[in-house]
Design a protein around this ligand. Structure first.
Ligand SMILES: C[S@@+](CC[C@H](N)C(=O)[O-])C[C@H]1O[C@@H](n2cnc3c(N)ncnc32)[C@H](O)[C@@H]1O
Length: 471
């Protein structure tokens, strides 16, 4: 990086963790770092403006996207600290584009041990990025002054932010207080796990190949992996999906280990009635990961409902690659009069829309996009959907209610309220709040449970008492 620092404006972009080298300038030529910083700052500015990082990245030039994504993700995991530092350096923030570059550089450079580039290179290139962006150019001198002061006084400035919980934990204050209230024993590990880089987890389509056989294929391809849960594998290093053996043939899907618990939980207490396959409903189905898992494990007739037409199209893509089929309907699951034929379902999966507070490690923009009031609003939607799905369940049937949230209002509290008002519903054994966990098998939740997974909530509800339809 010393070479890069001598030539401001042309520092080659060294790939940051998990970011493939981008080469928009032609074969063998890496983009200059200032261009990646501009693109990543654009993502930060979009998130601050309320747009998801995924949507913002879709607008980034393809050759810059992997590097910009890696830098933006790393910065979002350090945004609380970076904003606290910026407040010390500039009482009034500069206009949004300059501010995004300033905050991005602080987020990436404040901890030299984790910085993807030498801090002085990041500062140098952030200033270059400001000079080359007409929207930030008028403030480039200001950005330069703030960042040079930051380099000179870094230790003192960082120490001055240490008492600020947002800087210390890198979450909005309401978020960390909510996690602490909901999980008084585990709140620190929940918050810490949310700031880690998640592994790439796979689900083997055991209709096509056994997990052991697939593991051997991976090893033949030089890819290390370890088993997780019933059908899962965790790759030691992420890779493009096209590099996975049998990807086009539908041997495998990408799915977090916690999400892989839904289908076995629903099917575990269900047996097909004599003379017909199981009738299953996946009430909130896109992009179809759990729909496919249900069909991989059971010979079932699955109805997949999805409100968003663009997302519904992805269910067809998912199932098509796996060679599976379901009845996919674009509709509001909560309006069964629009799509239900009146025949009760043996099993219902309600993977309800939620705050996504359990998948922060995969979507580090989520804490910065959400507002505290979203929890109550989403909990109301979940309660409505749960109440509307319940009458569609056959007596003796099972309903899995799940969310990828760590908040109790979207999990345990939701289900307790439902059970209190539905006397024919009873709770069956289920994981409950599965808190996010990164790393090895320490503190794994139990036998055959994943050890590195996102946060999820699972409840299994039986209609008409325990074991009405034993598997
Ligand atoms: C958590 S995601 C589902 C993920 C999916 N089960 C999977 O595993 O791939 C929730 C989905 O529910 C959809 N959704 C939200 N409200 C809905 C409604 N009233 N009816 C049907 N789908 C809805 C959202 O568009 C979103 O795609």
């Amino acid at each position: 990086m010393a070479e890069a620092a001598k030539r401001p404006g042309r520092a080659p972009a060294r790939p940051v963790p998990a970011a493939p080298q981008a080469q928009p300038g032609g074969p063998g030529q890496a983009p200059p770092l200032w261009r990646l910083l501009q693109a990543a700052a654009g993502v930060l500015a979009a998130v601050k403006g309320g747009q998801s990082a995924t949507a913002a990245l879709a607008g980034v030039e393809a050759g810059l996207r992997p590097g910009a994504q890696a830098l933006a993700s790393q910065a979002l995991r350090r945004l609380g600290r970076a904003e606290a530092l910026r407040r010390l350096l500039a009482q009034r923030p500069p206009p949004p584009h300059a501010d995004a570059l300033l905050v991005l550089a602080l987020a990436l450079a404040w901890d030299a041990t984790e910085a993807p580039y030498e801090p002085f290179t990041l500062v140098d290139q952030a200033v270059e990025a400001a000079k080359r962006d007409p929207r930030a150019k008028p403030q480039s001198g200001f950005v330069n002054a703030c960042l040079r002061r930051f380099l000179r006084e870094r230790d003192a400035l960082v120490a001055a932010t240490e008492a600020n919980p947002e800087a210390r934990w890198n979450y909005p204050r309401w978020w960390l207080e909510r996690v602490r209230a909901d999980h008084p024993q585990q709140w620190e590990s929940v918050l810490t796990a949310g700031r880690t880089q998640p592994p790439m987890s796979l689900r083997v389509n055991t209709r096509r190949i056994s997990r052991d056989a697939y593991l051997a294929r991976l090893q033949d391809a030089g890819m290390a992996a370890r088993p997780t849960g019933g059908q899962g594998l965790v790759l030691s290093r992420p890779c493009p999906v096209q590099a996975l053996p049998g990807w086009n043939e539908g041997w495998v899907s990408v799915q977090d280990a916690a999400a892989q618990l839904a289908a076995p939980l629903l099917l575990g207490e269900l047996a097909a009635p004599p003379g017909r396959p199981l009738r299953l409903l996946d009430a909130c189905a896109a992009p179809g990961g759990k729909t496919a898992h249900l069909l991989e494990l059971a010979d079932a007739q699955v109805t997949a409902i999805e409100l968003d037409p663009a997302r519904a199209a992805r269910i067809g893509d998912t199932l098509g690659r796996m060679g599976l089929s379901a009845r996919v309907v674009v509709a509001d699951a909560g309006r069964p009069q629009d799509w239900w034929d009146g025949q009760p379902f043996d099993g219902i999966l309600l993977d309800a829309p939620c705050t996504a507070s359990g998948i922060v490690r995969r979507h580090p923009d989520v804490p910065w996009l959400r507002r505290e009031r979203d929890i109550a609003q989403l909990a109301a939607t979940q309660a409505r959907l749960l109440a509307q799905m319940w009458p569609l369940l056959a007596p003796g049937g099972r309903l899995v209610y799940c969310t990828c949230s760590v908040f109790r209002a979207e999990g345990q509290a939701q289900v307790e309220t439902f059970l209190a008002h539905n006397k024919e519903a009873s709770a069956r054994p289920a994981p409950g709040h599965l808190l996010p966990h990164s790393g090895d098998s320490d503190n794994a939740p139990g036998d055959n449970q994943p050890s590195d997974h996102d946060g999820f909530f699972y409840a299994l509800l039986a209609r008409g008492g325990h074991g009405a339809r034993p598997a």
